[in-house]
Write a protein that binds this ligand. Sequence first.
Ligand SMILES: Nc1nc2c(c(=O)[nH]1)N=C([C@H](O)[C@H](O)COP(=O)(O)OP(=O)(O)OP(=O)(O)O)CN2
Ligand SMILES: [Zn+2]
Length: 149
Amino acid sequence: MALSTERRPVAYVTRVETFSACHRLHSKQLEDDENQRIYGKCNNPNGHGHNYKVEVTVRGAIDAVTGMVMNVTDLKTIINKVVMDVMDHKHLDHDVPAFRDSSLVSTTENVAVVIFNGIKDHLPQHVTLYEIKIHETEKNIVVFRGEYE
Ligand SMILES: Nc1nc2c(c(=O)[nH]1)N=C([C@H](O)[C@H](O)COP(=O)(O)OP(=O)(O)OP(=O)(O)O)CN2
Ligand SMILES: [Zn+2]
């Protein structure tokens, strides 16, 4: 059987979800006064809440038969499992194992990394996770693309 040499177009597909959660910016590796100095009002002992918007973008070749990189319905199922079931209406520091059981501070940067690492292994083999973008507020937005230095 001859292999096709035709190149397939590559596309980026994004699914957006929102979830509500509360948290406190507080490092277990710092003294209380240092936490207060660095995080200010976000170090409030009783925490504060956000309506997070998370954008999950995958990259892959468009399948010539289905016309899809991957079915967005399947992406929705993965996001529900990794993000919504775990983080929605939760206290990130007390309820989410990635923060509760570690010294990770629940900054939006770290929320993005946790979501990225949770989603990447659930994707079909031919698809890669390109980017997690989180809007913590309308003004505070973080992108993680799986990069390390
Ligand atoms: N690099 C980061 N800095 C800050 C983070 C973060 O995740 N990464 N998070 C916070 C706090 O969680 C805080 O809730 C942000 O609130 P705030 O700055 O008050 O939010 P707004 O910008 O929307 O509100 P303004 O009233 O316009 O200041 C802080 N820093
Ligand atoms: Zn906050």
